[in-house]
Design a protein around this ligand. Structure first.
Ligand SMILES: [Zn+2]
Length: 176
């Protein structure tokens, strides 16, 4: 049993898990005092608004990631998609950012998995939904590239505005 305590008492489903990619193969058995464990949240449980706040909490201090998060939140589609949520890591963060309390629920999108899903065309979505996700991924991760000629072609005025705002945010034009 983990010795760590967590102070989160909200409605999210939180449990202690060890990292399956660790050399201990997720057993948590380490010979020293280290641990690969953490408080993990079932990504299917948060509401759309809760997930948005969790993504924002994790993105504090990273304008590129914030731009990608606000693009997806503003668009409204992807945070509702179960298949997308499965590649979002949800957890209790350590509150390292000044504005976050200890044990803040946070969420981090696995952008590499997003790219793989986009490349494999495994997300059932419209062309404009896929284009917007790829643009968000390209803002947040240098693993993902986007062709703006084709990506912007399928966006309506509302979504084009969201993209323009996201690029301005990522370029920190709002802080000058
Ligand atoms: Zn381990």
């Amino acid at each position: 049993m983990p010795k760590e305590q967590h102070s989160y008492t909200g409605p999210l489903r939180v449990q202690y898990e060890y990292d399956p990619d660790c050399w201990c193969h997720g057993t948590g058995r380490h010979d020293d005092d280290t641990t690969c464990g953490g408080w993990v949240i079932d990504s299917a449980v948060p509401t759309v608004d809760q997930l948005a706040d969790m993504l924002r909490a994790q993105a504090v201090g990273d304008t590129s990631r914030q731009a990608a998060v606000e693009l997806l939140v503003g668009h409204g589609h992807w945070l509702r998609v179960a298949q997308f949520r499965r590649i979002v890591d949800c957890f209790l963060g350590f509150g390292s950012a000044a504005s976050n309390a200890p044990d803040t629920p946070m969420a981090l999108i696995d952008w590499r998995a997003v790219r793989e899903a986009l490349d494999a065309q495994s997300f059932p979505a419209s062309g404009s939904e896929l284009a917007l996700l790829r643009i968000a991924a390209s803002l947040a991760s240098n693993d993902v590239t986007v062709n703006l000629y084709s990506a912007l072609a399928g966006l309506d005025r509302t979504n084009s505005r969201l993209v323009a705002d996201a690029v301005a945010c990522a370029a920190q034009l709002g802080q000058g």
